[in-house]
Ligand binder design. Structure first.
Ligand SMILES: NC(=O)c1ccc[n+]([C@@H]2O[C@H](COP(=O)([O-])OP(=O)(O)OC[C@H]3O[C@@H](n4cnc5c(N)ncnc54)[C@H](O)[C@@H]3O)[C@@H](O)[C@H]2O)c1
Length: 292
């Protein structure tokens, strides 16, 4: 293990899923000089991820933080790929596909076949159990939760989650990798929603109930939370940023894993909006309209 971990041998990083989180994580890794293989099954998502990375780096140039040359070098470090086989040589792979246990398990099953037996396999899951994810796979000791926050290039925290069979050396390697990326790792035990998403559930759910009870409108609630509560973003702006589908999947997962405790019960308003395809910024409409 030690011979392959970040710091001793800065190999390429593989990322599975190039959506909101995968694209941001790819940029984080490239900014630290890592070669990145960014994989997705949808070519249009890979195009959008490259456009996103280009736009953020262009802002860095405009603000005088990096030169055009540095921008090009960083941009070129991220190689979009559709075939997961391209990740086979990576000593570290980060999975960022949708929040569905069976989907993530199938990704990890394929990764365990493809990658070397010492590769560190990290999951960006927001709420699923690392223990359950790793249980049916060979080498469960190298599967670790590695939870970035949105937007990944900006938010400093990474929750490092230890599953029941996670190996100590792998957990330590994951922490070091987070530090190498300039992030602040926080070790969390494997429980539904870990730390931050568990704390955050009532923030979204209660706001949705207040809206449903017609006590206040989303824009009023957001304004109050920012102006009086000191939050950077209100609960509705945040749902639009995260994606209502992603947020609902996390709430459903936490609710299920807490044996349907009513305090975590998902909101029908959110469910209806997801069914209607009003997912927030990524679809041009959520609680607020967006230019696309
Ligand atoms: N959005 C957030 O704010 C946020 C924050 C932290 C963690 N997360 C977690 O990160 C993960 C990804 O979330 P996201 O918001 O980036 O989702 P997303 O829907 O934006 O992106 C997921 C991507 O995975 C791709 N994908 C699906 N199946 C695949 C497969 N078999 N192989 C390769 N790619 C595949 C999809 O095409 C899509 O582009 C989820 O587990 C989510 O809970 C999300």
């Amino acid at each position: 293990m030690e011979g392959h971990i970040a710091g001793s041998s800065p190999g390429a990083v593989g990322i599975v899923g190039a959506g909101t989180m995968g694209a941001g994580i790819a940029l984080v890794c490239a900014r630290r000089g890592r070669r990145v293989y960014l994989q997705d099954i949808k070519p249009e998502v890979l195009d959008a991820a490259q456009a996103y990375i280009d736009s953020i780096l262009a802002k860095d140039v405009a603000k005088g933080r990096i030169s055009e040359e540095e921008k090009r070098k960083t941009y070129d470090l991220v190689e979009p790929v559709q075939d997961m086989a391209a990740l086979s040589s990576c000593p570290i792979v980060i999975e960022a596909v949708p929040e569905k246990l069976e989907l993530k398990r199938s990704v990890f099953a394929r990764l365990t076949e493809l990658c070397g037996s010492e590769a560190l396999l990290l999951s960006n899951t927001s709420s699923l159990s690392i223990t359950e994810l790793a249980a049916v796979l060979p080498h469960p000791e190298r599967i670790i939760g590695f939870h970035f926050f949105n937007p990944a290039p900006v938010m400093p925290l990474v929750e490092v989650i230890r599953g029941h069979k996670s190996g100590d050396a792998c957990v330590a390697a994951a922490r070091r990798f987070a530090e190498e990326l300039g992030k602040v790792p926080v070790l969390a035990e494997d429980s539904p929603g870990f730390i931050v998403n568990r704390v955050a559930r009532p923030y979204y759910n209660e706001a949705l109930r207040i809206m449903g009870d017609r006590v206040a409108r989303p824009e009023q609630i957001d304004r109050i939370m920012k102006q009086a509560g000191g939050f950077k973003m209100g609960p509705f702006e945040l749902q639009d940023l995260i994606g209502l589908d992603v947020n609902l999947a996390t709430t459903e997962s936490v609710y299920t894993r807490f044996y349907h405790e009513s305090r975590f019960k998902p909101s029908r308003i959110q469910q209806r909006m997801v069914q209607a395809g009003s997912l927030g910024r990524k679809t041009g409409e959520g609680f607020y309209p967006y230019d696309q």
